[in-house]
Write a protein that binds this ligand. Sequence first.
Ligand code: NAD
Ligand code: 2HG
Length: 526
Amino acid sequence: MKVLVSDNLADSGIEKLMSVPEFEVEVNTSLTKEEFQQIIKEYDALVIRSATKVTADVIEAADNLKVIARAGIGLDNVDIEAASKRGIVVMNTPEGNVITTAEHTIAMMLSLSRNIPQATQSLKVGKWEKKRFRGKEVFNKVLGIIGVGRIGRVVADRAKGLKMHVIAYDPYISTEVIDKMGIEGVALDELFARSDYITVHTPMTQETRNILNAEAFAKMKKGVFILNCARGGIVNEDDLLKAIESGIVAGAAMDVFVVEPPKDHPLLALDQVIATPHLGASTDEAQENVATAVADQVIDYLLRGTIRNAVNAPNIDGAVLARLRPYLTLAEKLGSLLAQITRGAIQEIAIEYVGEVTKEDTQPLTISILKGLLTPILGDMVNFVNVPVMVKERNIKVTESMRTEAEDFTTLINVSIKTSEERNLVAGTIFGKKDPRIVRINDFRMESAMEGNLLLIYNIDTPGTIGAIGTCLGRNKINISMMDVGQVLERGQNIIFLQTDSVVPKEVVQELLAMENVNVVQTVKL
Ligand SMILES: NC(=O)c1ccc[n+]([C@@H]2O[C@H](COP(=O)([O-])OP(=O)(O)OC[C@H]3O[C@@H](n4cnc5c(N)ncnc54)[C@H](O)[C@@H]3O)[C@@H](O)[C@H]2O)c1
Ligand SMILES: O=C(O)CC[C@@H](O)C(=O)O
């Protein structure tokens, strides 16, 4: 079997792959796009980091490819949907670089406080500028952490060692779990108002994109320091620039950028900004961890068929997988829909399987529902293997029940959720042999394939409202490709589902919300 390593991988991983007699391993990190597309058809496995772009064209040409394995977490460089369509397993290694990235954040925070990069630069050109580079202690200061998952909680632990007061905002982690970390859970606005340093450790999702923007900077203490060692775009770069120029933000440390490399980005011209070229995970130890993990995973899959850390396939036999595929798609969709329409920290999930589906092994379906549920919150970090652990870590109670007697549909999957703020229920079925359909959201019944960019609008049922919504979207150049309206007469309420050709921006959502008779507007991506 042929394995191509097309990005820099630590030697330990390459040696491990080369030690397998059945493997022929090629390491080539300088392929052009054309060369890559031409040779990929020879390979059974592709091992990458973030530099190789595995586009739909590459996947189309990859006749023998069985697995794409990422040493690290981020899969923004892989067209996962195209890979899934061709039955190629996509896997990553989400655990290996947690400590390294947390340590980088602490290093950035101290460098920022003591102007270490700027002072080094100045000294190297022969200057001795003691006065210019007077810094600040972190002792007794408030560190606000947005997102206390794997990396955020290690940052919290290390910052406590520096005797900082740590406060955190993470709406998907229960107060008890945050309390156990020995830090203080707060609302986002409180974090903005109290922090001397703010660091983000969330994945990039619809919700976290631009979470630190002009509106957020306006709520912060004058002189706050900002750190982003997570993903470019969680901090809005233009707004950060203005906040530094206006003096609200005293300085920023950036490891990640919207466009990487950022080239001559104006932020980099500011004295108050220190930056590293996406080095968060770049230590010998982390690179060894992810390289050996990725090699072990590729070996396990190609030699034994065991799938670990796959983002697009549960660990089940191929024939069963083919039969369950429509149910798995439906299950993941139900979980994802629930996550996107529900606010608050998840406490309980109740899953009910009804009718035909009860003849199948429902365990992979439950895992798919949970993966669908956590992916909008955690992004690429969630896979079919680690999702049960993540659910456990978050203290989420999962219950399953079966009913063989179906009523309206031959198969039905009901999923309900209870969070710290609300309860919701969604249900779905399979039309024909393979078409997943959402048939219920709370009290509203419908039959919808629900795909792509969706808008869910709850409105008072009055003449003209639907027209006004269409006009507003049209004015903002958003094309509607599908519309479905559910009506609950006794409540005088409509639920409108709109499928749009493009994502509906936040400002347009606000515009819709300001309309008379419109109560709730939610954007969903399925
Ligand atoms: N700079 C680097 O080289 C590097 C290396 C590794 C990871 N990362 C990035 O670091 C980030 C964190 O990784 P992790 O392994 O800790 O992830 P994780 O999944 O373990 O934790 C993410 C946390 O963010 C929380 N969250 C999600 N949406 C939120 C929101 N709207 N507000 C507040 N909290 C929210 C989640 O509940 C979760 O607890 C990711 O973006 C990852 O890609 C960067
Ligand atoms: O250096 C890398 O490979 C990227 C590290 C990190 O952002 C990841 O996605 O794992």
